[in-house]
Write a protein that binds this ligand. Structure first.
Ligand SMILES: [Zn+2]
Length: 76
């Protein structure tokens, strides 16, 4: 456990299962050249979304085109 901080850590919603978790416990996914990639150090440009660090949850999210389109503002 790291040192405690007074400020609350940001909470993000996993787009795969809808669970709310502290941002640091979620993976950031970014869309690069039409591919969903894990933004490991959170430095990729553009929009991102968050997902549990869980393979099943990520697969569920990758299949959910509706959520992806909305998250990345893709044109249909
Ligand atoms: Zn999830």
């Amino acid at each position: 456990m790291r040192h405690r901080e007074k400020k609350t850590c940001p909470v993000r919603t996993c787009r795969g299962c809808g669970t709310k978790k502290p941002q640091q416990e979620l993976l950031r996914l970014s869309l690069q050249d039409g591919q969903l990639v894990v933004d490991i150090d959170r430095s990729l440009p553009g929009r991102g979304l968050y997902c549990c660090d869980d393979e099943q949850c990520r697969k569920r999210l990758e299949k959910n085109k509706k959520v992806l389109k909305r998250a990345f503002r893709l044109k249909v």
